[in-house]
Ligand binder design. Structure first.
Ligand code: FES
Length: 223
């Protein structure tokens, strides 16, 4: 039987003064329903880090990514701007890009060949009105572009707001930006050599919490 979803009183204990506060209830680490609620309220409703802009250095570079179960496409468009789209076709939801590559022309759906520009516009719908008929009155291309995710780049990190309802990044993080102003310098990114990947079979908060405390460092070895 799944653990119970945290109650209001559980979170009151978390918000108590530091000396008497408790950690999050177990449900926040093991319960699927709690995870789904938290995903919407924390990860999707706010700004979350997705990747770095340097992951797509050239125009047309595209990388499929998954964020909390949602398939996304990180791409540098033909004007040089970094964008994030849902990596699903507006026709029948096919995954559009399944491995990192450079898009030379358009993003072509492998299922029925609808094509999208690197800025997300639907530009081609072959045979959609029957053989040789590439248009149909019911297919309004202007309404069927890729679904773009609100994004913002800071310190080369691509931040995304899935819900699209968060205030601007600069507004939400004004205090942080002021505090880190002196670090806002040009960054070096060495491509693949600059990346480490740490696959974790754990709730994401365990990794964050571990990173936030150094109490364990004298005793825990990483070899
Ligand atoms: S699912 Fe993409 S063109 Fe049909």
């Amino acid at each position: 039987m799944p653990a119970a979803i945290s109650s209001r009183s559980d979170l009151d204990r978390v918000r108590a003064p530091l000396a008497t506060a408790n950690g999050l209830p177990n449900a926040h680490y093991v319960d699927e329903t709690t995870y789904e609620e938290e995903k919407q309220a924390v990860l999707f409703a706010n700004w979350s880090g997705l990747a770095t802009a340097s992951d797509v250095p050239n125009s047309g570079d595209a990388i499929p990514l998954e964020f909390a179960g949602m398939p996304l496409l990180l791409i540098r468009d033909k004007s040089g701007d970094v964008r994030v789209f849902q990596n699903t076709c507006r026709h029948r939801g096919m995954i559009l890009v399944s491995e990192p590559r450079n898009i030379e022309g358009a993003i072509r759906c492998p299922y029925h060949s609808w094509c999208y520009s690197t800025k997300g516009a639907l530009v081609s719908t072959p045979h959609v009105g029957g053989p040789g008929q590439n248009t149909h009155d019911a297919i309004v291309r202007e309404d069927l572009g890729l679904v773009e995710i609100k994004s913002h780049i800071w310190m080369d990190i691509v931040w995304i707001n899935i819900s699209g309802t968060a205030p601007d990044f600069d507004t939400v993080h004004a205090d942080l930006l002021a505090r880190w102003q002196e670090f806002d310098q040009p960054l070096f990114h060495g491509g693949a050599e600059s990346i480490i990947t740490l696959p974790l079979k754990a709730n994401w908060k365990l990794a964050v919490e571990n990173y936030c405390e150094s109490y364990h460092l004298p005793w825990v070895s990483y070899d």
